[in-house]
Ligand binder design. Structure first.
Ligand SMILES: [Zn+2]
Length: 411
């Protein structure tokens, strides 16, 4: 079964596990996990970096092969035939008129087939399932991961079962149904959906895509870092602003750069800034704390509204090891950032993604963006996914009878 170019490594005890079977959490460390706290024993996928180093001359060679040497699947042919990843990077020069200028690059992952970053993870999970004859994939989701898995499984002729809290935004629920997945709305939170999905995979033998549970999701997400370094012509950005909820996307971005570091393709880690809503800051508030404390989340940015950040321990490890930065922004700042972004760039991002931009704006206001610096903002999903969140920004005029006089009045 599967490919043997990788190993699973526990982020807590460091124990390594051979591939060749389906692994989720480290059996040793997860044995004492308790509900209501982030899980221990999340696994990371590692490769024989020395061997890979000797197998290529240029990064371009790795890219031409679809980075297959750094993926836990046998063939890129197992990936869905949708255009996943390879998303655009838009550059904007900011000049504040005081001889202070800097550059913002927006990595627009709303351009994925189901309009979110999550397609990167779904693609890899789906490919692995195909290579291992696993026909049904289940996931718990607040919306984006579910709509993504549903779309990818439709492309791959696989069955998807999506367990969502009933309050997920309508657009995401609609996507799931349109893609033909089985949807299971639960009376409860994302955490309830998460627990049910794990019980369901045990009961029915379904493959489980849950983030911070299935180690492949990070491997899919890390490819965004490979693309970034390529699009920036190997100039490492000074900062990368990433929206953070459960800590999986940010870990994926770290993992991508860590792979590049281990292959000597880059020589240092860029500063990665985890941006959370101040109404959902359970990840960054708990970093370095002895006791994990949860404050119920209430942000409008539903994709990063998280009570238990499932990938807390891995994200914390990365942030501490590579001196990452953290910042919270208010919901008002998120909405303002969303409006500024749309009106100045033509990019309409969902609130979670706008939060990352709000983080950059806050840095700028506090004069923390260096002159001539290069900054990346990761836009993780489309604004069309959650129209209700921005309804307070919209002032729709009354309709008029079509005459020039009425038009003049309206203008
Ligand atoms: Zn362990």
């Amino acid at each position: 079964m599967g490919k043997d170019n990788f190993k699973y490594k526990c982020t807590d005890c460091g124990k390594e596990y051979d591939p060749g079977r389906i692994m989720y959490l480290c059996p040793d460390c997860s044995a004492s996990n308790t509900p209501g706290l982030p899980p221990r024993g999340v696994l990371k996928i590692i490769y024989d970096y020395q061997k890979i180093c000797g197998s290529f001359n240029t990064f371009e060679e790795l890219k031409q092969k679809g980075y297959i040497d750094l993926l836990p699947v046998k063939s890129v042919d197992s990936l869905p035939k949708l255009k996943i990843g390879r998303t655009p990077l838009y550059t904007i020069e900011i000049n504040d008129g005081r001889n202070h200028s800097f550059r913002i690059h927006f990595k627009d992952d709303s351009q994925n087939p189901t309009y979110s970053f999550k397609d990167r993870a779904s693609a890899l999970v789906s490919a692995f399932a195909q290579e291992n004859n696993l026909n049904t994939i289940v996931t718990a989701s607040t919306g984006n991961a579910g709509s993504s898995l549903a779309g990818v499984c439709a492309a791959q002729r696989q069955k998807a079962v999506i367990i969502v809290p009933q309050k997920a935004p309508l657009a995401k629920l609609t996507q799931i149904l349109m893609y033909g997945a089985t949807i299971v709305p639960v009376k409860g939170t994302y955490d309830d959906a998460f627990d049910l999905s794990i019980l369901a995979s045990k009961e029915f033998g379904w493959y489980n895509r849950n983030t911070a549970y299935n180690p492949l999701t990070i491997e899919g997400k890390k490819i965004a870092s490979f693309e970034l370094i390529d699009q920036l012509h190997f100039r490492l950005p000074d900062r990368i602003f990433v929206p953070a909820g459960d800590g999986v996307i940010i870990s994926g971005i770290y993992k991508g750069f860590e792979d590049l570091l281990l292959l000597n393709i880059i020589d240092r880690m860029p500063v990665i800034v985890a941006v959370q809503s101040e109404k959902s800051d359970n990840l960054i508030r708990n970093i370095g704390q002895k006791e994990f404390k949860i404050i119920p989340s209430a942000t409008i940015a539903d994709s990063i509204s998280v009570d238990i950040p499932r990938n807390f321990f891995m994200a914390q490890q990365y942030i501490q090891k590579y001196k990452g930065e953290i910042i919270t922004v208010s919901d008002e700042e998120i909405l303002r950032a969303s409006s500024t972004l749309s009106k100045n760039t033509g990019l309409f991002a969902e609130p979670a993604a706008s939060a990352a931009f709000a983080g950059l704006i806050s840095y700028q206001q506090n004069r923390m963006i260096a002159n001539k610096s290069t900054n990346v903002v990761l836009l993780t999903g489309s604004g069309l996914k959650d129209l209700k969140a921005v309804s307070s920004l919209i002032d729709m005029p009354e309709s008029i009878y079509p005459s020039v006089d009425n038009l003049k009045k309206l203008l």
